[in-house]
Design a protein around this ligand. Structure first.
Ligand SMILES: Nc1ncnc2c1ncn2[C@@H]1O[C@H](COP(=O)(O)OP(=O)(O)OP(=O)(O)O)[C@@H](O)[C@H]1O
Ligand SMILES: [Mg+2]
Length: 363
């Protein structure tokens, strides 16, 4: 169990995601964070990396604005599809709001809308639970979830509690108003000939699914949540909220990925870049202070997007080997490079000035 790996006193956990690859008991990996920070990129790369050490991997997008298709440059559907170039990596995109096929049928819809009235969000939770049940029968070694921006994810993770509350409410109504039972029986689509016991059986069955999923999500051997963020105030704030909520739901979390880090290697003298680097460093230090028991992985901001399997694979090395800037500030090499860049910039500016002056004289 990687989470129990012994860390020497004073040693920070390794700044990579290797712990996730080493923990071969892991079954559910959630990847979440604020909008646009790189959740889809990170979950795609994590699934690619996991595919190299596990027998079979499924990456699922639960964000209604799917973009796994963009990241892998391949169209995915609500059924697992083999990712091109792999023999054991599958991807699917589901919309938690759209009812699962298993849940269709008039009785079930009625039942769901009744429950939704009692407890908002329960329909979403139900189809998520059904999806999990289905995925479980598919027998992948590990499932990676590319989740929707934070608020939405937390609601989904809350679903066992949400569902239980919904069920309790229905039971309570049933107990209080005996006459309602007939109506409820119709809502559940059980038909006139079915009795109270059958209905209770169905509710109990659902509770079993909930409890099973709940147990798995709260087991750190099986489930972990990877927080993706960027080194800015709002993202730090949001991450703290996320980490606290996860702790409240007893969901394990010990990896933070700080994406879009600008490393101080640019020999160019850009005031803007320098200011951004300084600002980012302030928040990176705070991340390290707040989460000294987390594996914090820093990823460089690239000049281009991370699109397609090749780009994902190239970028994946930063998940396992801490990024090292090509040039280190203050070294002879860096100063030489800076001087030569400044010299050629000066030459260019002088030539430009010359041209402009000549043009002015001609006019
Ligand atoms: N380190 C990086 N350097 C450059 N581009 C990046 C980096 N990380 C992600 N990107 C690009 O930024 C865009 C947003 O990333 P991504 O889709 O992974 O974010 P997201 O958190 O899933 O967004 P959303 O909340 O919209 O789902 C993508 O075009 C991606 O290729
Ligand atoms: Mg995304």
């Amino acid at each position: 169990m990687a989470s129990a790996a012994v860390v020497d006193a004073g040693d920070a956990p390794e700044p990579t995601v290797r712990n996730l690859l080493d923990q071969d008991s892991l079954k559910w990996v959630f990847v979440g964070g604020k909008g646009g920070v790189g959740k889809t990129t990170c979950s795609s790369i994590l699934s690619v990396l996991l595919a190299s050490v596990r027998q079979s991997v499924l990456v699922i997008s639960t964000d209604p604005a799917h973009n796994l298709s963009d990241a892998f440059q391949q169209r995915f559907t609500k059924f697992p599809t083999l990712v091109r170039g792999f023999s054991n990596l599958y991807a699917m995109e589901i919309d938690p709001k759209v009812e699962n096929d298993d849940l269709s049928g008039e009785g079930m819809e009625g039942f769901l809308s009744e429950l939704t009235n009692a407890i908002p969000g329960v329909d979403e939770a139900m189809s998520f639970a059904e999806m999990l049940k289905l995925v479980q029968t598919m027998d992948y070694s590990v499932v990676v979830f590319d989740t929707a921006p934070t608020g939405h994810t937390l609601r989904l993770l809350q679903f066992p509690a949400t569902l239980e509350k919904g069920l309790e409410k229905v039971m309570e109504l049933k107990n209080r108003f005996g006459g309602l039972l007939d109506q409820a029986t119709r809502l559940f689509g059980l038909g006139d000939d079915l009795n109270e016991d059958a209905m209770l059986g169905r509710l109990e069955g659902m509770k079993d699914v909930i409890e099973q999923v709940n147990k798995q999500f709260k087991d750190p051997d099986l489930t972990t949540f990877v927080c993706v963020c960027i080194p800015e105030f709002l993202s730090l704030y949001e991450t703290e909220r996320l980490v606290q909520e996860l702790a409240k739901f007893e969901i394990d979390s010990h990896n933070i990925i700080i994406n879009q880090v600008i490393f101080d290697e640019e020999a160019v003298e850009s005031k803007l870049l320098k200011a951004r680097i300084k600002m980012q460093q302030k928040y990176i230090d705070q991340f390290h202070m707040l989460y000294d028991d987390f594996n914090i992985t820093k990823l460089p901001l690239l000049p281009e997007e991370v699109c397609g399997v090749q780009a994902l694979q190239n970028f994946s090395r930063h998940f396992l080997t801490p990024y090292k800037p090509a040039l280190k500030r203050g070294t002879v090499e860096e100063l030489e490079s800076r001087v030569s860049i400044l010299k050629s910039a000066l030459q260019e500016a002088e030539a430009e000035l010359d041209r402009v002056r000549k043009g002015k004289q001609a006019a």
